[in-house]
Design a protein. Structure first.
Ligand SMILES: CC(C)(COP(=O)(O)OP(=O)(O)OC[C@H]1O[C@@H](n2cnc3c(N)ncnc32)[C@H](O)[C@@H]1OP(=O)(O)O)[C@@H](O)C(=O)NCCC(=O)NCCS
Length: 171
């Protein structure tokens, strides 16, 4: 029997292709039919290897989930961007390749991001999800997140609702 090494670690320059692939595939999978297709294509195209390479070189906080040598997911996080919310930290993005979803790996990556936020002094966390992204909303609710705010975001001519989930303490 062989074992598959699973780990979460800081992103390095050599992860750029892997993260780009996760971004492309997971955004397509999560948002097709939700975000207008032209807008979605534009958002995905903008986040090519050059974008991720620059983000890593600038020291953007990015964790990757590695499964048997494959980058299967990534999380980005940092200070909370919404001034009217009390939480200190924010997980900006949490995305897994579709074929790695639903077996506990997102939970693992999310906890690692919150732990890293707490280590940096941001011991409470907020996450925004599109209100129509049912699996993500369910995931955050089941992970103990409390709904603390609603807002909207515009994608081309389409306005979509979004929900903020919060965790008052670090992990
Ligand atoms: C949202 C997302 C990050 C969650 O990660 P995930 O790995 O799918 O989630 P998990 O597997 O940890 O948990 C999801 C479910 O799997 C099940 N699960 C958890 N551990 C499990 C295990 N070891 N074995 C089998 N099932 C398990 C649980 O029932 C859990 O259900 P729940 O949500 O009702 O609690 C991931 O699905 C994803 O990338 N989705 C698309 C992108 C997206 O929407 N991102 C969020 C943007 S805000």
């Amino acid at each position: 029997m062989s074992t598959l090494a699973i780990g979460v670690r800081k992103a390095e320059s050599s992860d750029v292709e892997g993260i780009t692939a996760v971004h492309d595939s997971s955004w397509r999978n999560a948002y097709e039919g939700l975000i207008p297709s032209q807008e979605l294509a534009r958002m995905i195209a903008r986040r090519g290897p050059r974008w991720w390479n620059r983000a890593i070189r600038r020291g953007t906080a990015i964790l990757v989930l590695e499964v048997g040598g494959t980058i299967a997911g990534y999380a980005t996080f940092g200070p909370n961007r919404a001034r009217d919310l009390a939480q200190k930290g924010e997980v900006y993005e949490l995305y897994l390749l579709p074929e790695y979803q639903g077996v506990g790996l997102g939970t693992r990556l999310f906890l690692a991001a919150r732990r890293e936020l707490a280590r940096l002094g941001f011991d409470s966390t907020v996450v925004w999800a599109l209100a129509d992204n049912d699996p993500a909303c369910r995931f955050y609710r089941n992970a103990g997140g409390r709904r603390v705010a609603r807002s909207t975001e515009q994608f081309g001519r389409t306005v979509l609702g979004k929900i903020a989930f919060a965790w008052p303490r670090g992990v």
